[in-house]
Design a protein around this ligand. Structure first.
Ligand code: M6R
Length: 357
């Protein structure tokens, strides 16, 4: 039930800190260490390449998950859109492990891939919010998101839960390979939960930003570099699906190869700046679009922020920034839809889970 909330989406955004804490608890053993079914860790270690298969927001979580698994556990990862995989199947490695990411566990495009790879005898792990869902039943292994029911069509808490579970999978695999991830993930996820709380309490400021940048525009661009680019893709999807503003995410350095032609006087460009290594270059990209008339909205992380920034998110570990930088983007999209009188929880033409191919 949505209780006093006007929309499920807002409630589900607000639930994110509690979901983080629930996940930490669910994946902790009696000794206070993160733990995952040893069969899953065996499957990870026994594979020479992980193939992540997903759609929509879950695909965007997969793009970030690749970074976690490659950087922490040092296993190569490919991320594929499930609807493309069937006829565009890449050359598979000798010992692939397939990881399906799906909030509902019912997405038909993903299931078609699962059926196909099971026929070929490959192992599959499903990361889902719904125990007993089709993708969970038909895979060899399941990791649950523990996010509670997600009702709004726009996925919010499932995305951040997917990221947290992928980070835990990466960390437990890394430790089993005697690799030191260099940070204490339980502690860092606790900081993420606290940071999410701060962001959920900043709705008024974000509503104001949404009014300023998104209330009259026809389109909007999201830019970022590295991990911020993937979060930009998710921010754009959130905005377009519920507010019907044409929104696209781009890698900051790619703009000048074509997209910059679309920038007009007043075009909103939302830039993420959470990574020290690319802070100056993404700000360079912002200057390029501003020179063509864009209306820039920079969302940066504390410590990297500058005077011109519209919003500053609290500091968390640099690999985990997607878990919190997405929150203001979710809230921005929510208010953009609200200000445009859109049906926030049930946007036109969309279903919560897409059970046709
Ligand atoms: O249930 P799934 O995670 O498999 O769903 C995948 C997509 O249909 C879903 O993420 C969709 O893109 C959302 N409406 C995005 O908010």
């Amino acid at each position: 039930e949505k209780g006093t909330y006007p929309h499920y989406m807002l409630k589900e955004i607000d639930e994110q800190p509690a979901v983080m804490r629930k996940i930490i608890q669910a994946y902790q053993n009696d000794q206070g260490e993160l733990t995952i079914d040893p069969d899953i860790i065996y499957a990870m270690n026994n594979s020479d390449r992980v193939y992540i298969i997903a759609a929509g927001t879950s695909y965007h979580a997969g793009l970030v998950g690749k970074q976690f698994i490659e950087k922490m556990a040092r296993i190569p990862v490919e991320v594929h859109i499930s609807s493309e995989f069937g006829y565009n199947m890449p050359l598979l490695s000798e010992k692939p492990l397939f990881v399906f990411i799906s909030q509902s566990g019912e997405t038909a495009d993903s299931r078609a891939v699962l059926v196909n790879i099971k026929e070929k005898g490959y192992q599959a792990l499903t990361i889902t919010n719904v125990p007993g869902s089709t993708l969970s039943r038909e895979a060899d292994h399941t990791l649950l998101l523990h996010a509670g029911p997600e009702i709004a069509v726009a996925s919010t808490k499932a995305y951040t839960a997917q990221l947290a579970v992928l980070a835990i999978l990466a960390e437990v695999t890394a430790k089993s390979r005697n690799l030191d991830p260099g940070f204490d993930l339980i502690h860092e996820l606790g900081l993420v939960a606290n940071a999410m709380e701060v962001l959920c309490d900043s709705k008024e400021i974000i509503e104001h930003i949404s009014r300023e940048f998104l209330s009259v525009t026809r389109n909007a661009f999201f830019i970022g570099r590295g991990i911020d680019y993937y979060v930009g893709l998710e921010g754009a999807l959130k905005l377009k699906e519920i507010s019907y503003i044409q929104a696209e995410g781009f890698a900051g350095g790619e703009l000048k190869h074509g997209t910059i032609a679309l920038i007009e006087e007043g075009t909103p460009v939302i830039a993420l700046a959470t990574q020290e290594s690319v802070n100056l270059s993404i700000r360079g990209n912002v200057k390029e679009v501003v020179a063509r008339g864009a209306n820039p909205c920079i969302i940066s992380m504390k410590g990297l922020n500058m005077d011109e920034d519209s919003f500053v998110i609290p500091e968390v570990h640099e690999l985990l920034t997607p878990l919190i930088s997405v929150v203001p983007l979710q809230i921005l999209a929510y208010y953009a839809a609200l200000h445009r009188d859109c049906d926030v929880d049930k946007p036109r033409n969309l279903a919560k889970s897409v059970t046709v191919e």
